[in-house]
Design a protein around this ligand. Structure first.
Ligand code: AMP
Length: 190
């Protein structure tokens, strides 16, 4: 089993690069953001609970997020591995994921950090909002999401760095060039 975390601030290109990884490597993609949006669009109990938080760009509480993620992983027992996209976003989530995978005799093998500047993120999200229609892509909400990233999520990086799993990838430039770098890093595990 090979498990990858794709890491970066909103607008870093995690979704775009994940789609390419799935095409080349036989991994299941888990995006907690996509999962929450699906629950919201289907008006599930969980959806109703998290709707306001997503609209405001605030992180969903760890316990809720961890439970949802673990259920999703458990529902796919036969896959060759996972790409975790948008998870973990706190050190508590990273620790919970490690414990959960250890129980299954698995682990996180690689953490790819997409490096982008704040200026680039703002530019990209403004473009994305024109097509995504995501309320949290609005400039005023994006400020909160970037704030959450720097307050809570960046601390996940030293957590994985200490484990020797962190690899930084330049996230600005040609999408194919960025992917070529990513693909090489992953291929080293196969
Ligand atoms: P994303 O699509 O990854 O940008 O996530 C959109 C929103 O979903 C975030 O702004 C949070 O409100 C929520 N969310 C997604 N993943 C997580 C997570 N791992 N922990 C807490 N909240 C999350």
């Amino acid at each position: 089993m090979f498990n990858l975390v794709i890491f970066g601030p909103p607008g870093a290109g995690k979704g775009t690069q994940s789609a390419k990884i799935i095409d080349e490597f036989n991994l299941a993609h888990i995006s907690t953001g996509d999962m929450f949006r699906m629950h919201i669009s289907q008006n599930t109990e969980l959806g109703l609970k998290v709707k306001e938080l997503l609209a405001e760009g605030i992180l969903v509480p760890d316990s809720v997020t961890i439970n949802m993620l673990e259920e999703e992983v458990n529902s796919k027992p036969d896959v060759a591995g996972f790409i975790f996209d948008g998870f973990p976003r706190t050190v508590k989530q990273a620790q919970a994921l490690d414990e959960f995978l250890t129980e299954k005799g698995a682990k996180i093998d690689l953490v790819l950090q997409l490096e982008v500047t704040e200026e680039e993120i703002k530019k990209r999200i403004a473009e994305r909002q024109k097509v995504s229609g995501r309320a949290d892509d609005d400039a005023s909400k994006l400020i909160k999401r970037i704030d959450e990233y720097f307050q809570k999520t960046v601390h996940v990086l030293p957590y994985y760095e200490q484990q020797g799993k962190l690899v930084k990838v330049k996230g600005i430039g040609d999408i194919e060039e960025i992917y070529a770098h990513i693909s090489k890093e992953i291929a080293a595990f196969f």
